[in-house]
Design a protein around this ligand. Structure first.
Ligand code: SME
Length: 161
């Protein structure tokens, strides 16, 4: 299998997240600027996992607007409740989508995207503020391990808001 499509097994993936989390904390240490910290977070995730796309959609009124990201150009604006991102935002829960073509209303920013995970991010008052969206070229890429660690990373972001 071509190296860019290789995905790590459960234990290896756990180890990758376990080593990445302290690095993400260190990158944001002492830096109060949210955009700077979100930007480095997307770069750190991309460097470790070589996903197709990693980025944030941030609440702006009734829409979610594209924030810091790594990967191909993407839709600038998604309405709440639309697509995987808007649905995860409205439901305020993580969505694991093993096959994006089977998700009714999926917004195809890239035809290469086959599976995705979207994790909501809350502020300390528990109000939802944005989502972290990760897309893969591999079908069924994401599992409960990704959910567990990406939700931990979402909690780190809460501390930056
Ligand atoms: N797939 C997303 C749209 C954003 S892009 O994938 C970057 C969705 O349906 O919400």
């Amino acid at each position: 299998m071509a190296d860019e499509f290789r995905t790590s097994g459960k234990e290896e993936r756990e180890e990758q997240y376990r080593s990445l989390i302290p690095q993400i904390k260190a990158l944001a240490q002492g830096e109060p600027d949210l955009i700077a910290n979100l930007s480095n977070l997307t770069a750190a995730l991309m460097a470790e996992f070589k996903f197709l796309w990693v980025g944030f959609y941030i609440q702006r009124g009734e829409d979610l607007v594209l924030g810091p990201f790594q990967g191909p150009v993407a839709c600038a604006r998604i309405q709440k409740g639309k697509g995987v991102c808007g649905t995860a935002f409205s439901k305020q829960e993580t969505l694991l989508v093993p096959d994006v073509n089977a998700f009714s209303g999926h917004i195809a920013c890239s035809p290469l995207s086959k599976s995705e995970i979207v994790v909501p991010i809350f502020d300390v008052q528990k109000d939802i503020r944005m989502v972290l969206d990760i897309d893969s070229e591999k079908p069924d890429h994401f599992d409960e391990t990704d959910k567990k660690y990406l939700e931990k990373i979402a909690d780190l972001v809460t501390g930056w808001l």
